[in-house]
Design a protein around this ligand. Structure first.
Ligand code: ZN
Length: 223
């Protein structure tokens, strides 16, 4: 595809939106008021807005390799602070996806380059759950499980940031969710870890983890 095509498609897209909703862009110019912050993987097959059918202005997005949330990552923390403090988003979703190459590389100790240091955080997740994870057969099932575990742990990290903790302390309504997207069917799987207060965190995590273990025990039994 030539670059010219991209410009053509861009003009078509802008024309379409404006035709369907006259004044769309001029209204958007006045303000953005998304209700959601999406923290997802950079993978080109996981286009945030498109998957959930949201238009420009409706979803605030941060993406990185393997949807990792690290407490010292100023990029991610700045996005979160702006989303919560200024935009007043109501929901933050950490969205992993099955078949994530970043997670696979971490699982297999594959050397890529600089990213190895980033994916070290996913290896920490793997190591933390090593015993259970390695009770599953080597292959897609174990990789799916690590994709989900990574989402649970990164959601936990979101909840523990000063940004979210401060929002909860001042009574601001923010709910943190853990989701996984299926490249194979285009559907989102809710990992049922939705947290809206510090008190609910430990219980929600334990429940989501127990649910995850049960689902994989069943899938493993069937295999
Ligand atoms: Zn990925």
């Amino acid at each position: 595809m030539k670059l010219d095509t991209l410009f053509e498609k861009n003009r078509e897209w802008a024309r379409d939106i404006e035709a369907r909703t006259p004044g769309f862009f001029s209204r958007l110019l006045q303000q953005q008021s998304p209700q959601y912050l999406w923290i997802g993987c950079s993978d080109s097959r996981v286009p945030a807005n498109e998957i959930v059918g949201l238009l420009p202005g409706e979803l605030f997005v941060h993406r990185n390799v393997a949807n990792v949330v690290v407490h010292s990552d100023l990029n991610c923390l700045s996005v979160m602070e702006f989303a919560i403090d200024s935009l007043q988003v109501k929901h933050i979703m950490v969205v992993g996806h099955y078949g994530c190459s970043g997670v696979a590389a971490a699982m297999q100790n594959q050397r890529i380059g600089i990213a190895d240091n980033w994916l070290r955080h996913v290896q920490d997740v793997r190591n933390q759950h090593r015993e259970w994870l390695y009770s599953l057969p080597d292959g897609p099932l174990r990789l799916d499980a690590l994709c989900e575990l990574n989402v649970l742990e990164q959601s936990l990290n979101v909840c523990q940031t000063t940004v979210v903790q401060d929002a909860w302390a001042r009574g601001q309504e923010v709910v943190v969710h853990g989701w996984v997207y299926g490249l194979h069917n285009g559907l989102i799987n809710d990992l049922r870890m939705s947290v809206k207060s510090p008190d609910a965190l430990a219980g929600a995590y334990a429940e989501a983890l127990a649910n995850l273990h049960a689902r994989y025990a069943e899938r493993n039994g069937r295999a």
